[in-house]
Design a binder for this molecule. Structure first.
Ligand code: GLV
Ligand code: MN
Length: 227
């Protein structure tokens, strides 16, 4: 690095040197774009310990066995008998402690016909997914309000950049199934309908009527349906 800076400073004016240094300093570190890299072979979470920096303390290696590294939570179809017709089975560190500090996790997502995984975002992870069965309309919206979407069928894959609002809806005739994966052991999910209308305590109608430019009746209906 010092050699590069020296070379630049000899051949260019101070303004270019300043700009070059700014770019070097401001370039985001890859290690900040997802969970930090593991510092050891494994760190099976001691779920009774306190989380620290999106991680748990490690179980003593002497207590770790093969079973810690295998997870059967995705073998059963999720129960989609609910108002959204969807079931998300989480395979994150809380369900599968061996993911602790490894910077990844997965979900199994089952859809009834017409079922929707409602608009949500993951504050801590980018999501990639693959459709295993059925036909899904997958969409996301950028911070510039551009909507990208496509209907995907078996074997097709999608990606949702970190933090962006997205959804999947089953547009096929039967059930659908997708597996999703995240570059975080605990990506978190902000489900916008619940975030706005099903909080405890509730967000004052004064805020929601103004934000959505509708009257109290509509806000009260949304609150009662979603709470
Ligand atoms: C799908 O969007 C998921 O979060 O699993
Ligand atoms: Mn998602």
């Amino acid at each position: 690095m010092a050699t590069i800076i020296l070379a630049v400073s000899r051949t260019t004016c101070p303004v270019y040197l300043f700009l070059f240094l700014m770019v070097v300093v401001l370039l985001p570190s890859p290690s900040l774009s997802a969970d930090s890299d593991p510092l050891q072979d494994f760190c099976v979470a001691d779920l009774n310990g306190k989380p620290s920096l999106n991680g748990f303390p490690c179980k003593p290696a002497s207590e770790v066995s093969s079973d810690d590294f295998f997870f059967s939570g995705f073998t059963q179809e999720g129960d989609t008998n609910n108002r959204f017709g969807v079931n998300v089975t989480g395979g994150n560190v809380l369900a599968f402690p061996a993911l602790n500090t490894l910077g990844l996790s997965m979900n199994r997502v089952d859809f009834a016909p017409g079922g929707i995984n409602p608009p949500h975002s993951h504050p801590r992870a980018t999501e990639a997914g693959v459709v295993i069965k059925g036909k899904l309309l997958v969409g996301f919206v950028t911070t510039a309000n551009v909507f990208y979407s496509k209907v995907l069928t078996e074997g097709e894959m999608f990606v949702i950049p970190r933090g962006l609002m997205h959804f999947q809806i089953n547009v096929g005739d039967g059930k659908a199934l997708a597996f999703t994966t995240f570059n975080s052991q605990l990506p978190g999910a902000v489900i916008f309908s619940s975030t706005l209308f099903a909080t405890r305590p509730t967000i004052p109608n004064q805020v929601l009527t103004k934000a959505f430019q509708v009257d109290d009746d509509i806000i009260n209906t949304l609150k009662s349906k979603l709470s």
